[in-house]
Design a protein around this ligand. Structure first.
Ligand SMILES: Cc1cc2nc3c(=O)[nH]c(=O)nc-3n(C[C@H](O)[C@H](O)[C@H](O)COP(=O)(O)OP(=O)(O)OC[C@H]3O[C@@H](n4cnc5c(N)ncnc54)[C@H](O)[C@@H]3O)c2cc1C
Length: 404
């Protein structure tokens, strides 16, 4: 490292942290990533990557590798919870419709494959596992980071990419900004062959019904598995310490009693009866303090109903990398970090809000309100296209340069 290189410490090697490290490297800045876990293992779940994120990965040359591990859904389909009728549908892979409309692909991918692609691209030299941040001390032109292992590091900038229960955010805002949404989820990955009643197994589909919905899409290069995510209202209060709790084996099945066999088959075929509390972060007034800033779930944890938590974390990462890369040690970084917040806050708040509204829409009982909702879902590209068409680099170019 040269004396005039900025020392950047990223806390958290999740999707946001690793994306930031790669985006910085693309701009000639070497960051260090500190992750509490002793190894990078993602629990069995998948993620949908949309064009607003994949266009950034395409610039890094990662898109072919992601494509090899991912499945592109044939269509986006909304279905009635009980009779399975198609309420609305939009082509995705068919006719290459999604890429034509949004300029980059849509992938369903196992999180482990995404994280492996990112961490392999980053390498191990600057990835420090088993490093849980416990405290920070602000000095005049730097920050001292303290880890459980006793390790101490000094950095010019600290980026908290440490997730929805971020310790760095508590340091920035002085409060615990996590809010339980009053909804919870069951999720699983099931072999497609175990789902004989499922129509269109290679589509991304929402099954919408009273007080619940189920979303699924295929993953694996050939779509050999289906990842599902089934959301229910309640419990009204989350009684557990973390976000995940074991439940009685029959709870997921009971929650979807009377639903279409494709839904109940999927839930029965999943292995572990675990319930996820869905938590969000209340809109923050500030994303940074001095030389410390947050991004991703730490800044704007949201409900997953627009499939945008990871995608907006990736957008954040590429925006922050572009803004920070021109700075030097000793520079006043507050204007840079304030600019990052200004660039990102309105958009991420709008998506947080839209995800919350979508949750209620997906849970309407049959009736006039559900029919209005169905008409809205038929206008998906018009009503929600703004989320997918976003281009971080264009937004950066449209805003005035900061340094030099
Ligand atoms: C059920 C579910 C389904 C979802 N589906 C989608 C989807 O389809 N598409 C989508 O875009 N998003 C989805 N999301 C949201 C997405 O998973 C998150 O928004 C995304 O992972 C956020 O990335 P992140 O890097 O900010 O945080 P995380 O991925 O949570 O990473 C944070 C990292 O920081 C580490 N860490 C925490 N504290 C410390 C510390 N003190 N010291 C060191 N390391 C620390 C953690 O171990 C972790 O590795 C879903 C979320 C859920 C719950």
């Amino acid at each position: 490292m040269r004396d005039n290189d900025l020392r950047i410490a990223i806390v958290g090697a999740g999707i946001g942290g690793l994306s930031l490290a790669l985006a910085l490297r693309e701009r000639g800045v070497q960051a260090d990533v500190f992750e509490q876990a002793a190894e990078l293992t993602e629990i069995g779940a998948a993620i949908a990557l949309s064009a607003n994120a994949t266009r950034e990965y395409a610039r890094l040359g990662l898109v072919d590798e992601l494509a090899a591990a991912a499945t592109i859904p044939t269509e986006l389909v909304y279905r009635h919870w009980e009779d399975g009728s198609r309420v609305a549908a939009h082509p995705v892979r068919e006719g290459d419709a999604y890429v034509h409309r949004f300029g980059a692909p849509y992938f369903g991918i196992h999180r482990a494959d995404l994280q492996r692609t990112l961490s392999t691209a980053f390498g191990t030299e600057h990835l420090h596992l088993g490093c849980r941040l416990t405290d920070m001390v602000r000095e005049r032109d730097s920050v001292v980071l303290e880890f459980t292992s006793g390790r101490v590091e000094r950095a010019d900038v600290v980026v908290g990419a440490d997730g929805v229960r971020s310790m760095v955010r508590r340091w920035v805002t002085g409060a615990d900004d996590v809010v339980y949404s009053g909804t919870s989820a069951f999720r699983g990955i099931v072999p497609t062959a175990a789902l004989p009643s499922l129509p269109d197994p290679h589509a991304i589909q929402f099954w919408m019904g009273p007080d619940a919905h189920l979303l699924h899409y295929a993953i694996g290069g050939a779509g050999e598995s289906v990842n599902f995510f089934a959301v229910v209202e309640g419990p009204p209060v989350w009684p557990h310490d973390g976000s995940v709790a074991e439940v009685r084996e029959d709870v997921p099945v009971e929650s979807f009693r009377g639903w279409h066999p494709a839904v109940t088959e999927m839930i029965r075929a999943a292995e572990s009866p675990v319930r996820w509390g869905l938590f969000t972060v209340r809109p923050l007034l500030r994303w940074s303090r001095g030389r410390i800033v947050v991004l991703g779930d730490a800044a704007h944890g949201m409900l997953p109903h627009q499939g945008q938590g990871a995608n907006t974390s990736i957008e954040d990462a590429f925006a922050l990398a572009a803004l920070v890369a021109g700075a030097r040690p000793g520079d006043d970084l507050e204007p840079v970090l304030t600019r990052f917040q200004a660039l990102r806050r309105a958009r991420t708040r709008a998506i947080q809000r839209s995800s919350r509204v979508t949750s209620s829409l997906l849970h309407l009982p049959d009736g006039p309100a559900a029919r209005m909702r169905n008409a809205k879902m038929a206008r998906f590209p018009e009503d929600f296209g703004w989320i997918h068409e976003h281009d971080v680099q264009q937004t950066l170019q449209a805003s005035a340069p900061l340094h030099r």
